[in-house]
Design a protein around this ligand. Structure first.
Ligand code: ADP
Length: 459
């Protein structure tokens, strides 16, 4: 620290002296003193100090320094020679007036600066007056003058303060910057998708503060993505285990019944028909599973492609209701259809919306069959349409309401053969691609209702 103080002080003195020499033109007191000494020593070499001897010396110096006026004065105040050509007989008052405001004249542009030097010949005193305008002086001059050591006491405190305060300030600044960068570095070193996020507090608005905030965002993003990867991974594992079970069970049945038919070991025509029906049902179920799988693989690669056109929604829904009535005929299901008789026009991708409604109806029949009830409804509002699908079965617990729309999520994970947990995620994706939303309200064994709201026209 001391070394840096000494170096900075030396540098300051050295650079300001050098720049003073280069750019700070003009005379300083040292220069004037040395010129006067040169003049006096030249005069001292003369045999007499008369005008004739002194004049060429003073003229020569005046040529070399035109800004300086040289006057050679005898002890009674009369001018022996003046390079300005004036002849004066100075009284004491006149002489005193010329020195009266020294050294303030250095800063006063109107009054000239006058310096006096003396010489002696044969006991007779002579005086050299050297004067110049304050303009001819240097613009700046640096003095460091210590007459007694006592002066250092009054200088010590300001000197120490002027050097140590900036030093300690910069030391504090650097160490705080260092500490903050160190913390950031450490946190960055520990970023890992498996470990917890280290959140750093730094409210400063400077670059390091910004960097810290970016780090926080980045670490949180990595954490989120790691969670998504984990979720995706567990979903994938779940899918594989469900899939192998859901495909094997119907396949075993199909193989068993197909073998019975092939070997002709059935008892009568009735048994043959039942076997074929089971094969057909199980094959359809497998076909549906494979369809869903294909759908999900397609959705993974790109977002849903929709082809919009105006359609009569009430007509489409009446057709779906009729299908389910036929399908549930004889199964003691009560069916409620609440669809307006008139046209309800909406700009939709009709095949996608139909698929979404059928998915909800299938779920209501499959998971809500205990309620023996299926409801389908359509209400037209100002610029939206509301589609409802209802059942009165086992319902869905409130904690599952959000999760149910996630891919591969099934409420009862233990129950095999109940689908892959894909249907509702596809329904949600279809609804959102139409800028609509889906809502679930469920009171077990009272009513489970899925409500889809779609705008009639996409913005
Ligand atoms: P899946 O393709 O397995 O049917 P979904 O995404 O359609 O998957 O449904 C997810 C889960 O939501 C189902 O496993 C089921 O437990 C539950 N679920 C869906 N609809 C209903 C409903 N109407 N009543 C009760 N549970 C339902």
């Amino acid at each position: 620290m001391l070394i840096s103080i000494v170096i900075s002080f030396t540098l300051f003195v050295w650079i300001s002296t050098l720049s003073g020499k280069l750019w700070n033109k003009g005379y300083d007191l040292n220069a004037l003193n040395s010129i006067s000494q040169e003049v006096l020593s030249a005069i001292e070499q003369q045999s007499t100090y008369d005008k004739n001897e002194v004049q060429p010396i003073l003229d020569q110096f005046h040529i070399n320094h035109p800004a300086l006026r040289f006057e050679w004065i005898s002890s009674d105040g009369s001018t022996l020679y003046d390079t300005y050509g004036e002849m004066n007989n100075y009284s004491f008052q006149q002489l005193a007036d010329r020195f009266i405001n020294m050294p303030n004249n250095l800063w006063d542009e109107d009054n000239p600066i006058t310096l006096a030097y003396s010489a002696n010949k044969n006991g007779q005193p002579y005086y050299l007056l050297l004067s110049l305008s304050s303009d001819a002086m240097k613009q700046g001059q640096m003095y460091f003058f210590v007459r007694t050591l006592k002066a250092l006491y009054s200088w010590a405190l300001p000197l120490l303060l002027s050097f140590f305060v900036p030093y300690f300030l910069s030391l504090w600044l650097f160490s705080s910057v260092n500490r903050r960068i160190g913390r950031l570095n450490q946190a960055l070193n520990q970023v890992n998708i498996r470990s917890d996020v280290i959140v750093l507090e730094d409210k400063a608005k400077d670059e390091i503060g910004q960097l810290t905030r970016h780090y926080n965002l980045m670490a949180q993003r990595i954490r989120r993505q790691a969670d998504e990867i984990d979720q995706f991974d567990s979903g994938r594992k779940l899918l594989l285990s469900n899939l192998s079970h859901d495909l094997r069970t119907p396949l075993t049945m199909i193989l068993g019944y197909a073998e019975t038919i092939y070997t002709g070991t059935y008892n009568d025509e009735n048994e043959l028909r039942t076997s074929s029906k089971v094969i057909l049902q199980r094959s359809r179920y497998m076909d549906k599973l494979l369809d869903q799988l294909l759908e999900i693989a397609r959705l993974d690669g790109e977002s849903l492609e929709i082809h919009l056109a105006p359609h009569n929604l009430s007509e489409m829904m009446r057709k779906i209701a009729a299908d389910y009535m036929l399908f549930l005929d004889g199964q003691s299901f009560s069916i409620e259809v609440d669809i307006p008789d008139g046209d309800v026009q909406a700009v939709i991708d009709v095949s996608l919306v139909e698929r979404a409604i059928r998915n909800l109806m299938d779920n209501a029949v499959r998971y809500g069959k205990e309620g023996r009830f299926l409801g389908i409804g359509l209400v037209e509002e100002y610029d939206v349409v509301c589609i409802t699908v209802k059942d009165k079965g086992r319902g869905i617990a409130p904690e599952d309401h959000k999760l149910i729309f996630e891919r591969f999520y099934r409420v009862d994970r233990g129950r095999k053969g109940e689908g892959l947990g894909i249907g509702l995620s596809i329904v949600k994706e279809i609804v959102e691609s139409h800028q609509g939303y889906i809502q679930l309200m469920s009171t077990p064994h009272v009513e489970t209702l899925f409500l889809i709201r779609l705008p009639k026209h996409l913005k």
